[in-house]
Ligand binder design. Structure first.
Ligand code: 13P
Length: 254
């Protein structure tokens, strides 16, 4: 089977002005063009998506941080996949922990968002990960598997062929506390085992699984050296062009 292409995503969350975002997007475009082996994506806030799309080179995929579970209609404040596609967005984060835990998004909602993304032909990045309490209770792997099963419920193997998973332990997000490469790799194996149970060994081997949670320019290479870690979903360090560039370079060297 062909080796999995490394993937690095910059999740800007609710940060940056429009001008800062455009400057960052231009810088990321230069770096991405220099490392064609790595798939590079940025996930700006909704109001900047269109401008960022226009500012970057095609070497950078522009993704949204969320999408509606509905296709269209009376859903005030929501953004549909169709609208995202209309402005050239090619990927979407689904189930980030800040939406699961901050906004109460359930696996059932995420399951429907996945359907919308796939219907629209947008690359879905499904985020999973346990809280510190769940890890301390020895439940990390059960939580990961349950989140995957819930979001993928009813989705066929063929429909999920582009699926990317981001394993983001909640306790590592924005805390400066990174999972050890060994712990992260073990969680990634849990992701693949679950995908194998749900679909097939081939699917599990082919699917790309990113790690997220305090990835930075110093720890990226060690994390990406793990066989089951195919790249990173980066928050804070993705806001600094030179740090994000170093992380992309680390992925290119894996
Ligand atoms: P940090 O890299 O800031 O920990 O954020 C990770 C994250 O949530 C990416 O989606």
């Amino acid at each position: 089977m062909a080796p999995r292409r490394p993937i690095i995503g910059g999740n800007w969350k609710m940060n940056l002005t429009r001008a800062e975002g455009l400057a960052l997007a231009a810088a990321v475009g230069d770096v991405a063009s220099a490392y064609p082996r790595v798939e590079v994506a940025v996930f700006p806030p909704f109001p900047y998506l269109d401008a960022v799309r226009a500012e970057t080179t095609p070497a950078v995929a522009v993704g949204a941080q969320d999408c509606s579970a509905e296709a269209k209609g009376a859903f005030t404040g929501q953004v549909s996949v169709g609208m995202l596609v209309d402005i050239g967005v090619t990927s979407v984060l689904i189930g980030h922990s800040e939406r699961r835990h901050g906004l109460g998004e359930t696996d059932a909602i995420l399951c429907r968002k996945l359907a919308r993304a796939v219907d629209g032909g947008v690359l879905p990045v499904l985020c999973v990960g346990e809280t510190l309490a769940e890890r301390d209770a020895g439940r990390a792997h059960e939580v990961i598997a349950t989140q995957l099963r819930g979001a993928l419920d009813g989705h066929s193997e063929a429909s999920m062929s582009q699926l990317v998973i981001a394993y983001e332990p909640v306790w590592a997000i924005g805390t400066g506390r990174t999972a050890t490469p060994a712990d992260a790799a073990e969680a990634h194996r849990t992701v693949r085992r679950t995908l194998q149970d749900l679909y097939s060994a081939r699917f599990a081997e082919k699917a790309r699984v990113m790690y997220g949670g305090s990835v930075n320019a110093r720890n990226a290479a060690e994390l990406f050296a793990q066989e089951d870690i195919d790249g990173g979903l980066v928050g804070g360090a993705s806001l600094i062009a030179s740090d994000f560039a170093a992380i992309i370079a680390a992925a290119a060297g894996r």
